[in-house]
Design a protein. Structure first.
Length: 283
């Protein structure tokens, strides 16, 4: 996720947050809509976004985003509320070891979009209810909810990768540094060979390690970063789509539109219209 904040969400706080309640296992916050939460997302934590658009059972979407991956989900236009759950990878790993799910290796959480999972939804709603009640049932209850959520994720959306125990974000510092190099130079013409040279790795070894750590090839990851940059620029509302394409590092507006729709499910123009509509709602 780009660290650039949207113009209308910079000074906003979540409607409800577990930080004030002293929850130390994971953090939960309710936002009016996803676009107001995106500037506050952390790439160092696993993320679960529950987007509810109406008071009906099937009017919700859940996205599961592993730590270290950019947020590229299209959440939809209407929004009743957006619940964001942030889970430290170390906490999920500890529960995995305590429950016997992990004995050696490390945890790989799967990226999932548009999940329909009634149990995961219910756990999120119980957490939301506890936020609304200002933590009335106490820390033991909130810790129990956190543990149940972690076990559910491990049972349905995680697998064990064998090998030395490393975190997905920092498995290889050289790879992490080249990702930061990408972020700083999105407008430039970057070659995969240049990135491999900066990591002091052969091209084939670099590509293999990069995909092992991020789940994507360097080229695909770079496109994702550029899409994230473009989304942030759209949210700022200061640029036209042609200039945004240039500032995000795309060769031309046509390429920008194709890549944006492929990864988000909508065109840049449609995304801009959604941002405008949500900005009006937020006023």
């Amino acid at each position: 996720m780009s660290t650039t904040e949207t113009a209308y969400s910079m000074n906003r706080q979540p409607v409800l947050s577990s930080q004030a309640l002293g929850w130390d296992k994971l953090q939960v916050a309710r936002w009016p809509n996803p676009l107001q939460a995106i500037a506050n997302l952390s790439e160092s934590k696993h993320l679960i976004g529950i987007h509810c658009s109406a008071y009906y059972e099937n009017y919700y979407t859940i996205h599961i985003i592993p730590a270290g991956e950019p947020v590229l989900s299209s959440w939809g236009k209407a929004s009743l509320y957006f619940l964001l759950i942030e889970i430290p990878p170390a906490y999920l790993e500890r529960i995995a070891r305590e429950s016997g799910f992990l004995k050696e290796g490390y945890i790989e959480l799967e990226r999932k979009s548009y999940v329909k999972d009634p149990k995961l939804l219910q756990l999120g709603l119980w957490m939301l209810e506890e936020l609304q009640n200002e933590g009335r049932q106490g820390k033991l209850y909130s810790d129990s909810l956190a543990n149940m959520l972690a076990v559910h994720l491990l049972s349905h959306y995680a697998e064990v990768s064998r090998g030395r125990v490393v975190s997905r974000v920092a498995a290889n510092q050289d790879i992490h540094q080249t990702i930061e190099y990408m972020k700083e130079r999105l407008e430039e013409e970057l070659s995969i060979q240049e990135l491999a040279d900066r990591a002091n790795l052969s091209l084939s070894h670099y590509i293999r390690l990069f995909k092992q750590q991020t789940g994507h090839t360097p080229h695909h990851y770079l496109i994702r970063l550029r899409i994230e940059r473009s989304k942030s620029l759209i949210c700022q509302g200061d640029y036209g789509l042609r200039e945004i394409a240039d500032r995000a590092g795309f060769a031309d507006q046509g390429h920008f539109t194709r890549m944006f729709k492929r990864l988000t499910g909508m065109t840049p123009k449609q995304y801009m219209q959604e941002v405008t509509a949500n900005r009006i709602i937020a006023r």
